[in-house]
Design a protein around this ligand. Sequence first.
Ligand code: ATP
Length: 330
Amino acid sequence: NGLIVTFGEMLIDFVPTVSGVSLAEAPGFLKAPGGAPANVAIAVARLGGNAAFIGKLGDDEFGHMLAGILTDNGVSAEGVNFDKGARTALAFVTLRADGEREFMFYRNPSADMLLNSHDLNLKLITSAKVFHYGSISLIAEPCRSAHLKAMEAAKDAGALLSYDPNLRLPLWPSADEARKQIMSIWDKADVIKVSDVELEFLTRSNKIDDESAMSLWHDNLKLLLVTLGEKGCRYYTKKFYGVVDAYHVKAVDTTGAGDSFVGALLCKIVDDHAIIEEEQRLKEVLKYACACGAITTTKKGAIPALPTHSEVLTLQNKAFNRRSHLYLWL
Ligand code: ATP
């Protein structure tokens, strides 16, 4: 299998032991390892793909715990650096009773922000068939320069570049700065995935339709995806566009659904970029990715909920049998 390298942050989310409370009201917190690029690498490995993560962690117990989670899950951590002077990033996250997510980050600065260009494992980066990243690594120097250098090295070596901006507004100095920086690397990517919320934010509109999605198109783009939670996803290529429905599941925690979706997509296209050019094949892959996303919502936390290939097939077969039964009844 071709190597998928993900680049960026890995951190620990602390989530309340009870749901529907504010951070101040929470009686206690549980550790939930995460960080979108790390989640994507683990999603790939869990599905049987070949993944490596590049980033910086604190040379502390949490940093070594996170590196252990990568390797325990079959993700190469040879591109992980440890900073002696800064801590592993932490975030306290809660879903309040009013449905709003509340974040409190401990990054002043955290080790992930201190990754610099000299830390980069260029051998690993240039052996990637797919190089995947977000936008949090663009927020501060020296990580921003390291991000740009890694992206360029991967592209020069022929990798497909995959971008999921993963907007975390509280980390940016302002909304305008977030939009500007997220868009500053837009035209480098071959594949871009945004959520419905990010589509609204980036296009400054409250419409989630084909017209607003297509306004994000750039000349070198091969595939644009808009994920829509329980409504599935929309896809856009140079030649065709359409919708893929979600699978019906009982969602308990949607954290990581987008990362699971991306991991599945990358796993399928890493050795066969031509899938993007053929609508039927692409739709099959996106159904698979939606099944991965759906399964991820059925358990608490991102990493524990990322599915194996056989779990995805089980959900797809169940849905197929349910549809066949319905068809017989009609
Ligand atoms: P996150 O930032 O939480 O990782 P996201 O907003 O990037 O997620 P979503 O649109 O929530 O991404 O989810 C990605 C995919 O997972 C969706 O396209 C869909 O197929 C599947 N999915 C997400 N939520 C649900 C749900 N409640 N029921 C079924 N499928 C879901």
